[in-house]
Design a protein around this ligand. Structure first.
Ligand code: SOE
Length: 411
């Protein structure tokens, strides 16, 4: 098939004479935990949803030739590259998907956008506000040329979260009073867990704050439909030195080796903060990787003058809704099973009650990005949204550093 211009101007492979949709070649940088999750998304989106263009897993990139080849075979990528610049330069790549640690996001994203590619970048968008500003400026210039850039805040794409946003936008909660969000994990409880890149400021930017706090800040602003305008924070690093990794580490696992020595943890283990939304609603946030027994506990509750909504990622097919306009004697939280064809994203999946999971959020993310590219619309969340989250994270760190603590007067 020859090449043709998509509506946005980026090149896509033309469809076949049989009427098959054109293809969009994806080039992914990084292939660890997030890379595996994104691969699932790209592999599946075109098979489940009726898309205007079909994603093709063109090439994956990583520095270790043997490992990246193995990852390509495991996850279904046609080719493997060891230099991200070579990946960006490929003619069969129209979307560059960045799944690397935060310290390389800015350089890769800006280069890909300048090279005329669409970009999907894992969260948090960058390691600093300055980097996020540079990326957002590059995305704005690229937008004028018809390219799009999206941040991978995948939890927006849990059907129950998207449906919650719909209910809030329809006014079912009325004016918001409280937004309460927590994201608790426990993989850093063990003080002997090794010093992987997620524990080093130069690679990760921050700790639980950027890793988990970024998600809950994005969700709070997305669900409420308004930005945070002020924050007040506490952060803590409970375990200040950890064993250096013995050998390769991947995802949230890895072993430390006594012989390798120890290194300093340069990021937070936990962040706790309050915030005020533009409307005056009050928000509270807790992000930690040291909450024993909590594996991936992202919980959200919103209370408005007409009702409340509650969600728990560990039961992600459910949304609790209380309609405060109903008679008090029958009102109360009820469970909505978000698996109906009329719920967001469910049109492509299983019959009602046949539940979805974590990986489906990445399928939905791929679906939405392909739609944005094909229709020439701004993808959500955009780099500008990612920059707004980055500014909140920076404000949280600044507040925590200033540490304005008031000691109760002893009786
Ligand atoms: C690790 O804490 C992590 O993988 C995050 O980096 C992801 O963004 C989150 O979705 C799951 O946990």
């Amino acid at each position: 098939a020859g090449k043709e211009e998509t509506e946005t101007g980026a090149r896509a492979e033309a469809g076949t004479a049989s009427g098959a949709p054109p293809t969009l070649g994806v080039g992914m940088v990084g292939y660890a935990f997030m890379g595996a999750a994104h691969s699932q998304g790209w592999r599946t989106a075109g098979r489940v949803f009726d898309l205007p263009a079909r994603p093709v897993l063109a090439a994956v990139c990583g520095r270790d030739r043997t490992a990246v080849r193995a990852a390509a075979d495991q996850h279904g990528w046609a080719a493997a590259e060891t230099d991200w610049r070579a990946l960006i330069a490929r003619d069969d790549v129209q979307i560059v998907d960045i799944c690397t640690p935060g310290d390389s996001h800015a350089e890769i994203a800006v280069a890909a956008l300048e090279a005329g590619k669409h970009v999907l970048c894992e969260k948090p968008l960058a390691n600093s506000v300055a980097e996020a500003e540079t990326m957002t400026a590059a995305a704005a210039r690229a937008r004028a040329r018809g390219q799009v850039a999206m941040v991978g805040f995948n939890y927006r794409r849990v059907p129950a979260m998207m449906y919650a946003r719909r209910l809030i936008a329809e006014g079912r909660l009325g004016a918001l009073r409280h937004v309460r969000v927590t994201y608790l994990q426990d993989w850093l409880v063990d003080p002997e867990f090794p010093l992987t890149w997620r524990l080093q400021r130069q690679h990760a930017g921050s700790g639980a704050l950027g890793d988990l706090g970024a998600h809950i800040v994005d969700l709070a602003q997305f669900l409420a439909g308004e930005p945070l305008v002020g924050v007040s924070a506490l952060t803590e690093t409970f375990v200040r030195s950890r064993p250096l990794p013995a050998g390769a580490t991947a995802g949230l696992s890895g072993a430390g080796g006594a012989e390798a020595g120890r290194g300093e943890v340069t990021v937070d283990d936990a962040a706790l903060f309050t915030g005020r939304l533009a409307s005056g609603a009050l928000a509270s946030f807790e992000a930690t990787r040291t909450a024993a027994g909590r594996k991936n506990a992202l919980r959200v509750e919103l209370n408005g003058e007409r009702g409340s909504l509650a969600f728990d990622l560990e039961r992600l097919n459910e949304l609790s809704f209380h309609d405060h306009t109903e008679p008090a004697v029958t009102a109360g939280f009820r469970r909505i099973l978000v698996t109906e064809p009329g719920h967001p994203y469910l049109e492509g999946w299983w019959p009602p009650g046949h539940a979805l999971g974590y990986e489906h959020t990445f399928v939905h993310q791929a679906r939405d990005l392909v739609h944005a590219i094909a229709t020439g619309t701004d993808p959500q969340p955009s780099f500008a949204d990612g920059l707004q989250v980055q500014r909140v994270l920076a404000a949280v760190e600044e507040s925590a550093e200033k540490n304005a603590v008031y000691t109760p007067v002893p009786l």
